[in-house]
Write a protein that binds this ligand. Sequence first.
Ligand code: GDP
Ligand code: IMO
Ligand code: MG
Length: 430
Amino acid sequence: MANVAVIGSQWGDEGKGKIVDWLSEKADVVVRFQGGHNAGHTLVVDGAVYKTSALPSGVVRKGKVSVIGNGVVVDPWAFIDEIERLRGQGLDIGPENLKLADNAPLILPIHRNLDEMRESSNSIRKIGTTKRGIGPAYEDKVGRRALRVIDLADPDTLEDKVAALLDHHNALCRGYGREELDGADVVAKLKAIAPQILPYMDRVWNYLHEAKLAGKKILFEGAQGILLDIDHGTYPYVTSSNMVAGQAATGSGMGPRDVSYVLGITKAYTTRVGEGPFPTELLDDVGQYLGEKGHEFGVVTGRSRRCGWFDAVLVRQTVITGGIDGIALTKIDVLDGMKEIKICTGYKLDGKVIDYLPASAPEQARVEPIYESFEGWEGTTAGARSWAELPAQAVKYVRRIEELIGAPVASVSTSPEREDTILVKDPFQD
Ligand code: GDP
Ligand code: IMO
Ligand code: MG
């Protein structure tokens, strides 16, 4: 059996949506296993653009089943809005092809409010979150106070569960000098949305187990990227979930051996949204050029993404911590026409050369990149669908990246369009 996990190897927005959509032709089931609607995945099919956030990108293809696992945090209102939005684009989405884990925690309006309040406060460190309530919802999950999808099926107990949750949140409100929250309002809202959510609810661990027994191919769709991982990322400037490959199992109810190939989606340069260290960031015209040519604007918040050169130190590290078998290199076409391209191959930290990102946040902010310079290529990679179409110098760039990160390139993406992709190794084939 060959199941594939697609995970971001940088700070998110590497082009996971495009690659998941391209690969899902070969899959039967597409599963989200972490994060929430902080994700923004773009798919382009024959010129039509689809954006998924809470839903797996599999919803775009007919005949596939999309699954939201227990590792995801779910905002019930955003979930329904997204279904409606995508139905408006002609997609057929219903309980027969979309399953929501009964044990997934809920994001409530109180989580979004808390996220927004912290981000706008002058006394709390700003992370630059998507303000979707992701962090506060995961805090309640780990704090064993969260409401979960299954709780919507038992409306009589909602009042007590919300009251227990508000005990905690109202203590925070008092501490922050904010007005206390009224449980009745949250309960009424949950009771009103429950009939729309419950038809999608399923025992996902069991659904996936049966799919496995039936020989179905499962594609796990990661959100964000390993540098935003709560354990292995640039803490505290991270999101609140794990995106390393092991999470595909934890966040869906399958076992670690059920993932046979881990594909790390890797942009041919680097971007980041929000605050935090970024050693190869370009604050000059080149950075601006990459942002414009690569259309580097956030799908969820519309913020401009910070841009910089490819950082092989970081990707070498995330290949290891993420459990990545091979990478899909994306957006190489954005580098077409550049005279000089740089790759970061090491860092200088307080006069010493190192080949890793230190765990200490102040040290992460102090490292200085050591670059290798590369001559750009004549001709273009844009729209190439075979290796033979790539200019020789572009091939050299790809080969050098493989060497530096210690992982092979399994595919190369050359435009936002689904089919503009070069297959080197089929991850579903052992
Ligand atoms: P995700 O969050 O990893 O799914 O990535 P996003 O969708 O947030 O951002 C990636 C952006 O790059 C989207 O606008 C994609 O349509 C686009 N994209 C993906 N692959 C390529 C590529 O190979 N070349 C170009 N030029 N754009 C790409
Ligand atoms: P996709 O799946 C890029 C970033 C936010 C912020 C930090 C914490 O499209 O790659 P959060 O709202 O999660 O608490 O914010 O994480 N972030 C992303 N950056 N792509 C994403 O998702 C992201 N999801 C969260 O910008 O810095
Ligand atoms: Mg994105």
